[in-house]
Design a binder for this molecule. Sequence first.
Ligand SMILES: Nc1ncnc2c1ncn2[C@@H]1O[C@H](COP(=O)(O)OP(=O)(O)OP(=O)(O)O)[C@@H](O)[C@H]1O
Length: 259
Amino acid sequence: MTSPFAIESTDLSKRYDDEIAVEGLDLAVRHGSVYGFLGPNGAGKTTTIRMLTTLLRPTGGEAKIDGVSIADRDAVRERIGYLPETPPLYPELTGREQLQYVAGLRDLPDAEATERIESLLDRFDLDEDADKRVSTYSKGMKQKTGIIQAILHRPKVVFLDEPTSGLDPRAARTVREVIADLAAEDTTVFLSTHILPVVDELADTVGVLFDGDLVAEGPPQKLKQRAETGDERSLEDVFLEVTQEADLPSNGATRTEAR
Ligand SMILES: Nc1ncnc2c1ncn2[C@@H]1O[C@H](COP(=O)(O)OP(=O)(O)OP(=O)(O)O)[C@@H](O)[C@H]1O
């Protein structure tokens, strides 16, 4: 039977010399869902994403993407798209050339590549600037190009690190709509961001990482529900609480489960 999970990790860990960046991470992210991956600066989010996207070798544990071990780099890379914090772009290419280049790397047939590139350029309001060099692009224009190249080949799983970073409100809304569309088409979206309303709106499940450890996980609605009183609090309240609680060893950090 095929696994219901697009992303699975067991005891995934990364140690840099004596610094433990990620410790024993267990993830199970369903196909076609949006997973909001939260955590304070330095919590280990980028390290986790770099391991799941095969860019960094774990020092412990195992993970599978769409059923394929991250040890099988080529097979995993075929299945994923990744928008890192700084999108990898060639400044001397135009936006359109950059996307054509990526479509070529992904072996997209020419006609499909052209159709996909043009429709995404149009959707992100980048069509009029597509023949300018990337070196002349604003931060937001580079970010839009980075997002398009991450989803161009219709990956099964897409990892987005702060996708709305540097985007104006209209473009940020487009990104939110694109994420919802991807999930509706059964693409799994692993979304790392500090912008909690975006996660609240889009995520099926939220995971909060703190000091390399998952300290809370569940659907946003459940996490926001106070168990004792039934009152609702904001996702920001939840975030502040679980990342502070875990900070105080005397409190005995517990994982808030609300699956
Ligand atoms: N190449 C490296 N060498 C040594 N330590 C590293 C390296 N990369 C990351 N770290 C450490 O690992 C921990 C996790 O870093 P990581 O970049 O994964 O955090 P993050 O959650 O993505 O943070 P942010 O929200 O600030 O982007 C930090 O303590 C960081 O200093």
